[in-house]
Each structure stands twice: as C-alpha cells, then as structure tokens.
Design a protein around this ligand. Structure first.
Ligand code: PRX
Length: 667
C-alpha cells in the first residue's frame, strides 16, 4: 500500500496541468428546461434527500422496475455481503421486454443494428421479445436449468442481446466473454464459472476481416468438461466444423421453439451475470451481479444520466463483452424502452467516419463512447466528422478512463457542436452502474472530471488513515455506503472479494468498513472529483482494465522467459501503453532477440487477447527487486516514463541492476 500511495502521489504530480483546468460549462438552457432534473437547486434537493435516507431513496427507485412480488426488507447488510430488496421477486428479461408489450412501445424499435459490411436489421420490442422467448425455450430444451451458468462468446450481433436476455428469462446466469479474448482466456472463464453451455457464432466481422469465434471456442472446449452443448449462430457463410451431439445451429434450435415463455419469478438476489475483470493478481475475477438491486440502479442511472426520452436514438459504442455493454447497451436502455443503435464492427471501417455516418443516417441523439476512441477520432482529423450532419445529437457521454481536457474540448466542439452537454461517467465492473457523473440538465461540467456522486451514492476521497482529504489533496477513492448494483462477491471466492475491496478500510468496532475502488483521486474546492488513476497493479489501456500480473504470468509461461514485469507508460491515444521487462532463461542463448520479442507479444495475444499485447518488450539480465524478492515495478515505471530513477531506492537489493536497465534504455 505504501507503494500504491507513492504511485498515487507520483500520478498526482503528473496531472498537475489538469489541476489548472478552470473552464466551466453550465447546462444549455434549452436542454435543462426539458430534462428530468433541470436545475442546480433541484439536484441539490435530490441529493440532500437521498443522503438523509439512502435506503429509502433506492426503495423509491426500485418502484420503477416491475416486480412479481414486492420486497419485504429493502436492505440487509452483513459486512461486506449486501442484499437488496429481499423477499421481492422479479425478472430482468421481463423488465426489458414484457413490460413494454402492453404499451405503444410494442412496435417501437428496440434495436437498430448495423453489421460491418453494411447489412442492417431492426427489431421492435415485440420481435425482440419473440426471439428471446424462443431462445429461452431452446436453452430449456438443451437442459439448461435455473442457476446454471451459460457462457456467451459473440460479437456485436442482436443475437448476443437475445442470448443474454434468454438466460435472464429462465434464471440462468450469463457469463459474457469479450469476443476479442483468446481461446485460452475463454477456457479459463468457462472453467472458473462451470458453464454448462456456450453460445457463440461462426465468425464476426472486424475491420473487413473475419474473426473465427467458433474455431477459437473449439480450442477452449478441448479443456472444458462442464460444457455439454454449444449453440452456434451463423453470421457468415464460412465453413464451420460442428461436433455431432454437442454443437447445434442457433437457427435450427430456435426454429422449433415456441414463442411463448413465462419469465421465471426470481428472488431479487438471484445471480444475473458473472463478468470477469482484471485484478492486481494473475487470475481474473468473476464479478457477480444479482437481479433486483442491479436493475434498479441501472434503470435509474440510464434515465437520469442520459436524460432519456422516448424519441431518443441511443448509441453506445462499447462491446457487450464489457460491463458498459451489459448495463448501458442492454439492461438500462431496454428497461427504459429506448431505441438502441448497435454496430458490429470497427469505427474506421471502411473509413474513419463510420460512427458519424451511422449517427447521420439514424439521427442518433445520444452518443456514449470512451476517451481512447475520442483521442483516435482527434488523430484521424476533424474532416471526417465535418463531412456529416451531426445535428441530431443532443447529449454526449464518456466512460472508462479519465478524459484529458483537450479531448473533452474537441468532443464538445467538433462532435457536440458546442450545444451538447457531456456526461463523464465514473464507474466500474464492480459497481455495476454509474456512480459519479453530471446530471446533464443540472450540473455545471468542467473538462476532465466526472463531477460529483449521483444521488444515493456516498463517495469520499480519503487518506490511508481514513480521514477525508482536503481540497485538491490526492487520496484514495472509497464508497462509504453500499449501493444497490454493487457486486455481491467474486464468483466462488468470498475471501478474495473481502480482501480485494474491503481490507483497505476494514470494519472494526469503531469503523463501518468501506469499499475501496482501487482508484486514486482528488476533490477540488467545488467538490468535483478528479480521478488520478489506479493505485494498484491494474492498468487502463484503451479504456480496458488489464492486470499487469496476468500479462506477466502469460509471459512467464513462455519457455524462454525466467521473469517478467509489466508497467505502463502514458500513450497519446491509448491512455497507457504496456512495456514488458523480460529476463530470459539460459535456454534463450543465441536466439534472435527481435524474433523473440515478436514471439512474446504474440504469445500474450494468444494467452489473453490482442488488447493485452505489450507495446514494447525490453530484455534485461535481471529485474530490480527488494531484499525480500519483490519486483520493484515503481522503478521500472520511472524508467519508462522519465528515463531515469529519482525515487527511493534504499530497499533495492542490487543497485547495479538499475544502471544496466537504464543503459539498456539508452540503446
Ligand atoms: O480507474 C477507473 C476507470 O476504469 C476503472 C474501471 O474499469 P472497468 O471495471 O473496466 O469499467 C470500465 C467501465 C465502467 C475505474 O476504476 N474509469 C472508469 N470510468 C472512468 C474512469 N476513470 C476516470 N473517469 C471515468 N469516467
């Protein structure tokens, strides 16, 4: 932790330029007039009322989702295990679909989808319901039961949404694995969750090429005993090998399935999904989310943060393999009866204006993307968005990492035409829903900050000893009161859950125990929260969270690698780039180092996925270590960031190592 604090301190000096950010953007008057919360005073009243009775506030919001039976107790807390709306029964699929069928929304477009090659499909709420019921019946027919885990390894196709909602409908827990992950990563996630069935597709389109998902899944399945059946969507005309008895075509199993399926009446705490995310140790964490509390906070935040209206066309560019896709492509927008724009492929295919073209053709009004994407748009140049009429846009959002003020300003002027409020939303896989964000009709925004916690969310920036930081003092971001959409545990590992999130500020006789986010932050004199970055060994690359330990263990699994340490250096587009320091075994003597460098990068891509591929591999004869043998990543970080080491090296075992690394750097 001392190391972590040192890092936070180091980071806080790095962002000093951001500290001078004084520009302020009040909500445009016309926007405020028609929004759910339209003034600073209204927001203050809302926050004050919610803070006075957090549980009561969330109970009110829970009434906006549909329940089969009401809850008996709104909140049960056995630190750190939370239960919300206990005794209530509900269903996520019913909340996304059935609730709209008795209204005019039955014929409203739920999903407007565009494939990368340009093919399009629109599904109304009625049609989506029909598909989900058929898929639910198909899953039941294949023996999936309530409580079983179903893995989903697909690209951005409507059937991925259908698959998730079909699982939710019958009470199966979905485990979506990002289609960009390798077969090795899929295998690990299937085995850890004991998934009984896998839903995948033959291939997906990405930047004009096919990504062969089924072939990758076949490799994983060689070592996945729990999977009994595989359902394969035919997206392309690729030849796909099917294993008799195990593999079934999606269109065949759905063809015979009934359109009638009663949603299961599930307890509020029924597990809705597991989603794996990186932690500071090697093994990914299976973040478990349950039903009633998750739906409540996701529905509420979607409505308030995006200020959703029935005539909006809402476009979130995340992949459903990440939590943003779960909460803000699928559950939140559908519960609110929104029209979702969904796009299959790359933003720069066939040209760097694909998103702008989609926005113009579909009159998209809300656009939610990541800072890394915005930085890429900036690099590609203004001429691409300028070619399109973006006047349908009325609100912009960002998520995933701190947005640098230049990128915020570019987004504001070039994409938003200086008329759209920007909601910079801070949250995590673990929090399930947005926690810190402006409300667009009420909050004065400043470029680079997610502003303040939402009503009903109690967040603080504190010192290691728990005292609240003073204005502009760097500290640790904590959540002081449990919230409805919080993770319930790490799947199958309550102990790791406790250790990862609740051990930094533990519960004692005199302390209630707080959730530690892993983020460093500071709060300015207006109470706005500025995220500094992670203080553990997690790096944010292109808005994706990667555990350096996971990449290190992938490197070490290569036959020539003795030891590896992975650190981040700032990168203009990706936020961070990964630099791997590798020391080799004697077996590597005589091998071509350039070739090996490439081999190691590809090895990581095979083990985890392309997103984790180190940008740079540096060979070192030894890594800097403490006397107790711990690799001092802080020093490596200093080398990659500044080229030399200024920090404390008194615990370093062999000072010569640093000198050699530095020389290496100069080469
Ligand atoms: O460090 C914070 C950063 O992303 C982390 C969460 O990553 P993940 O679980 O992958 O979820 C990303 C999508 C919700 C956080 O701990 N982060 C996320 N949003 C922001 C952010 N940092 C600064 N500003 C944000 N708006």
């Amino acid at each position: 932790m001392v190391l972590a604090m040192a890092k936070a301190k180091e980071e806080s000096t790095r962002i000093s330029s951001v500290m001078n950010e004084h520009r302020m953007f009040p909500p445009p008057k016309t926007f405020a007039r028609s929004s759910h919360v339209g003034s600073k005073t209204a927001l203050k009243n809302l926050i004050d009322a919610a803070s006075a009775d957090i549980v009561g506030f969330w109970e009110e919001q829970a009434k906006d989702i549909v329940w089969f039976a009401p809850w008996k107790k709104p909140f049960v807390w056995k630190h750190p295990l939370a239960q919300w709306f206990v005794g209530g029964t509900t269903n996520a699929s019913m909340n996304c679909l059935d609730r709209h069928l008795g209204t005019w929304r039955r014929t409203k477009a739920a999903i407007i989808w565009e494939g990368e090659p340009g093919d399009t499909r629109t599904l109304t709420y009625q049609q989506l319901h029909s598909e989900v019921c058929k898929a639910a019946n198909a899953l039941l027919g294949l023996g999936v039961k309530k409580g079983d885990v179903v893995a989903i390894y697909m690209g951005m196709v409507p059937e991925a949404v259908v698959a998730m909602l079909a699982c939710a409908r019958i009470g199966a827990t979905h485990n979506v694995v990002f289609g960009g992950f390798s077969s090795e990563a899929l295998r690990e996630r299937i085995n850890d969750s004991h998934a009984v069935l896998l839903i995948t597709q033959d291939a997906a389109w990405r930047r004009g090429e096919l990504v062969h998902l089924k072939a990758a899944a076949d490799v994983s399945l060689k070592a996945c005993k729990s999977v009994k059946h595989v359902v394969v969507l035919q997206r392309t005309s690729e030849r796909t090998s099917m294993k008799a008895g195990r593999d079934h075509w999606w269109h065949e199993v759905l063809a015979g399935a009934s359109r009638v399926n009663e949603p299961a009446k599930l307890p509020s705490e029924h597990p809705l999904f597991i989603l794996y995310t990186s932690g500071s140790t090697g093994k990914p964490k299976g973040i478990l989310h349950t039903t009633g509390g998750y739906l409540t906070q996701v529905a509420y935040t979607t409505k308030m943060v995006f200020d959703l209206r029935d005539d909006d066309v809402y476009f979130c560019t995340a992949d459903i393999g990440w939590v943003t896709g779960h909460s803000y492509i699928v559950y939140g927008p559908l519960m609110n009866g929104a029209t979702i724009m969904m796009y299959e492929g790359a933003p720069n295919w066939p040209e760097p204006d694909r998103f702008w073209d989609i926005i113009e053709r579909n009159a998209v009004s809300i656009f939610y993307t990541a800072p890394t994407a915005i930085r890429a748009f900036m690099k590609w140049g203004e001429s691409w968005p300028r070619k399109h009429d973006l006047s349908s846009l009325r609100l912009l959002g960002t998520v995933g990492e701190p947005i640098n003020p230049e990128a915020w300003m570019w987004y504001h002027s070039v994409i938003g035409g200086e008329r759209c409020p920007i909601v910079d939303t801070w949250w995590q896989t673990e929090t399930g829903a947005i926690m810190i964000s402006p409300l667009p009709g009420a909050t004065v925004t400043k470029p680079g900050t997610a502003t303040k916690p939402l009503p009903g969310i109690l967040v603080d920036v504190v010192q290691k000893d728990g005292t609240s930081c003073k204005a502009n003092e760097g500290g640790l971001l904590v959540v002081k009161h449990p919230w409805p959409s919080m993770l319930r545990t790490i799947y199958g590992n309550d102990e790791r859950y406790r250790e990862a999130y609740w051990s930094e500020f533990p519960k004692t006789r005199s302390h209630p125990g707080w959730y530690f986010t892993g983020d460093g932050a500071r709060r300015d004199k207006d109470g706005y929260i500025w995220i500094i970055g992670r203080v553990d060994d997690v790096v944010n690359v292109s808005g994706h969270r990667l555990g350096t330990a996971e990449i290190e263990s992938a490197l070490v699994s290569h036959k020539h690698v003795a030891e590896a340490a992975v650190v981040a250096r700032p990168d203009e587009v990706k936020g961070n780039a990964l630099v791997a320091f590798v020391s080799l075994k004697s077996s590597a003597k005589g091998v071509n180092l350039d070739k090996l460098r490439e081999e190691l990068r590809n090895h990581v891509a095979d083990e985890i996925g392309h997103i984790a591929k180190p940008d740079e591999v540096r060979f070192a004869d030894a890594l800097p270590k403490t006397r107790s043998g711990k690799i001092m990543r802080r020093l490596l970080r200093e080398i990659v960031v500044g080229g030399s080491v200024n920090g404390d090296v008194s615990t370093l075992e062999d000072a010569g190592v640093l000198e050699r690394l530095r020389l290496n750097d100069d080469e």
